[in-house]
Design a protein around this ligand. Structure first.
Ligand SMILES: [Zn+2]
Length: 105
């Protein structure tokens, strides 16, 4: 099973690591500096070459119960405010696709 991760998060993580790498640069050691430059180049090159997957974010939601005069109990999606009757409650919001199983984080 594939493990989908965020390219943006990896890039941000590497930028933090890069500060440590750059602290090891030494004006008197051209080979070390050249190696650090190559590491930098290859990390970004391979990061940008990694194929992207067609996945969507798993948005969590909850059905919020609300009593409305003369209508009775209705339920609202906590993510998009879609109103549904109790008989139409489902595991996923039919409007925004939010996952209604379990608590919203
Ligand atoms: Zn919704």
């Amino acid at each position: 099973m594939s493990d989908y991760i965020s390219r943006e998060e990896i890039r941000d993580c590497y930028v933090s690591i890069k500060d440590v790498i750059n602290s090891h640069r030494n004006d008197n050691n051209a080979i070390l500096n050249d190696t650090l430059d190559k590491i930098d180049f290859y990390v970004f090159t391979y990061l940008n070459k990694c194929p992207s997957a067609d996945v969507r974010e798993n948005v969590k939601g909850e059905w919020i119960e609300k009593y409305i005069e003369r209508e009775g109990y209705c339920y609202f999606c906590s993510n998009c405010n879609l109103e549904v009757l109790e008989s139409d409650l489902s595991n996923f919001c039919p409007n925004c696709g939010a996952d209604m199983r379990g608590k919203k984080e």
